[in-house]
Ligand binder design. Structure first.
Ligand code: ASP
Length: 582
């Protein structure tokens, strides 16, 4: 090896040892007669010292010429430092260099390779390999590595078998568009890249594998949105001969194992909430349960008092922002502006201040007596010092809007601390979801999800009311995983496809292989997939998933480093029998 130690290894106990190190020049400090170089590798930084009179003159001048990011190999003696640096682990020693080899030179990097860099986003993406030299970025990938290791350790301990499924397949619908790959041998035919290994993992259950997992790349050609990656990684799992309860317990186990072994946190057992309750109490199927601030409905209390907005509203619902009663007019106006933004879409905001002196002040004093307002406060269990914020309108949209306001207030009140973790199972999702654009029902999870037997009779009369054996895991208001118990017989699967608007022929063409398999002794089964990149970012306490991916695409879906996507040659186009308008 080109080194005896790493740059993060030497301590006082190593003084007088002869060592060889290799790494990159982090920085130089040149005091004329003394020159220091900080040598960096993945493990840390070690200070090198060159002294006039003591260091060979030729060596001294070569060292002086070693610029930032040069790759060096040095031999020398470990000595105790005169002025110690307690900020780094090697800070008590330095290496008195007796031999130096420049392994490679380096151009001046386009941005500083420091924890706090001067490089903008685009530049760092273009030179991602340099960005990856920086500690904060490397540490995120090390966290990801640890998460993957611990995931494998846990699942292996639970008898799961890791099986690779193919990447060149045909469409597996998860609600996005497919990325397709043209076939050279079969002109006019295309592979699709998997949106998930869903059908394959179900087939593995038919094969008797019983417990499968895979840390696997999935591909979804969705509309661009900040922080969405066209290719991403899932921890994909499936189990046979289980109930929903078994799945929830097994994967709650996984998440708690990860918290314990990666972060040293004992996560309490994960509570469960019905989808309907989540929507009613938080206006979201992924509530942030780090803080309470549940919705309180006061529709009945507001009627018959001639306040037109509440009079015409299907729902009057609010939250209690504790300790905010003394908000100024300006602060409340800001909240009103927030809910009126097109992204939130509310028409206005009604407030009730339960002042610290015990008086009540609201924006609707004209319509309601102090006693009536007091009754609202009681409903909210409000105390002096609290601020009640109310929205009104059609139930579903109003709840959605109030969810946004609740999250904003949580943020303002410092209740969304990234070092705190609150996990939740949301269960009993609806089976189907109405799509306004296509004017038909779509599978809320995917078409392989089993309906609740007791709701099946509603499939024809009230499809939106049918619940599924489907569940999501939510951490800190983010959906980190989701899955379902599957249909495992042909007639039910066929019935599902019918309701999703597939003709029998279409269903057969696309998913005949799966329905055929169901006729050869398919066991009851179910599973889940976690978004691995997202899970890592939550563990890392960072909003963006990008830094947890070694070579991510930018927000326009491009890799600007390798320049992809990019045109292909006429030769390739011809081979693939494709024509492209130029
Ligand atoms: N295939 C599903 C998904 O990608 C997960 C599952 O149902 O297991 O969301």
């Amino acid at each position: 090896m080109l080194r005896t130690h790493t740059c993060g290894e030497l301590r006082l106990a190593d003084v007088n040892k002869q060592v060889t190190l290799a790494g990159w020049v982090q920085r130089q400090r040149d005091k004329g007669s003394v020159l220091w170089i900080d040598l960096r590798d993945r493990y840390g930084i070690t200070q090198l010292i060159f002294e006039e009179g003591k260091t060979d003159a030729a060596l001294f001048s070569v060292a002086r010429g070693a610029g930032r990011e040069y790759v060096l190999q040095v031999e020398g003696t470990v000595v105790e430092r005169l002025s110690k640096n307690d900020k780094i682990a090697t800070g008590e020693v330095e290496v008195k260099v007796s031999k130096l080899t420049i392994l490679n030179t380096a151009k001046l990097p386009p941005f500083t390779i420091e924890d706090e860099t001067d490089g903008g986003d685009d530049l760092r993406m273009k030179y991602r390999y340099l960005d990856l030299r920086r500690n904060p970025v490397r540490e995120k990938l090390q966290l990801r590595h640890k998460m993957a290791q611990q995931t494998r350790a846990y699942l292996d301990g639970q008898e799961f078998i890791e099986v690779e499924t193919p990447v060149l397949i045909k469409s597996t619908p998860e609600g996005a568009r497919d990325f397709v790959v043209p076939s050279r041998i079969h002109h006019g035919e295309f592979y699709a890249l998997p949106q998930s290994p869903q059908t394959f993992k179900q087939l593995l259950m038919v094969s008797g594998f019983d417990r499968y997992y895979q840390i696997v790349k999935c591909f979804r050609d969705e509309d661009l949105r900040a922080d969405r990656q066209p290719e991403f990684t899932q921890i994909d799992c499936e189990m046979a001969f289980i109930t929903q309860e078994d799945i929830l317990n097994t994967f709650e186990g996984l998440v708690r194992h990860l918290f314990k072994n990666v972060k040293g946190i004992e996560l309490p057992s994960v509570p469960r909430m019905f989808y309907d309750d989540a929507m009613k109490l938080y206006g979201s199927d992924k509530p942030d349960t780090r803080f309470d601030m549940k919705f309180v409905e006061i529709t009945e209390l507001t009627k018959g008092k001639n306040f037109p907005v509440f009079e015409s509203a299907e729902l009057v619902v609010g939250i209690n922002a504790k300790g905010c009663s003394e908000y100024t007019r300006k602060q409340i106006d800001e909240l009103t502006e927030y809910v009126k933004r097109p992204q939130v879409g509310a028409k206005g905001l009604v407030y009730l201040q339960y002042r610290t002196d015990g008086t009540l002040k609201s924006s609707v004093d004209k319509f309601y007596t102090p006693e009536e307002l007091k009754a609202w406060a009681v409903k909210f269990n409000a105390q002096p010092g609290d601020l009640i914020l109310l929205l009104a309108g059609e139930s579903y949209t109003t709840r959605k809007q109030l969810n946004e306001l609740r999250l904003l207030m949580g943020e303002k009140l410092g209740l969304r601390d990234k070092s705190k973790f609150s996990a939740l199972w949301v269960i009993d999702f609806p089976l189907l979801e109405w799509n306004e654009e296509t004017k038909r029902y779509h599978a809320m999870h995917h078409p392989f999800t089993s309906p609740k037997i007791e709701d099946l009779h509603l499939l024809d009369t009230d499809p939106g009311k049918v619940r599924a054996n489907a569940y999501d895991m939510v951490i800190n208001g983010t959906e980190v995983g989701g899955g379902s118990i599957r249909i495992h017989d042909r007639p039910t699967q066929q019935l599902m496809f019918n309701h999703l608007g597939f003709t029998e022929e279409e269903a057969k063409k696309q998913f005949g292989f799966l329905m055929d398999a169901f006729e050869f002794g398919a066991p009851p089964h179910g599973g889940i997939a976690f978004g691995f990149d997202r899970l890592c970012s939550i563990f890392g306490g960072v909003d963006s998933i990008r830094d947890f991916i070694a070579f991510p695409k930018n927000n326009a879906g491009k890799d600007v480093m390798i320049d992809s996507p990019s045109p292909i040659s006429d030769e390739q186009l011809k081979e693939l029998a494709l024509t492209v308008k130029k």
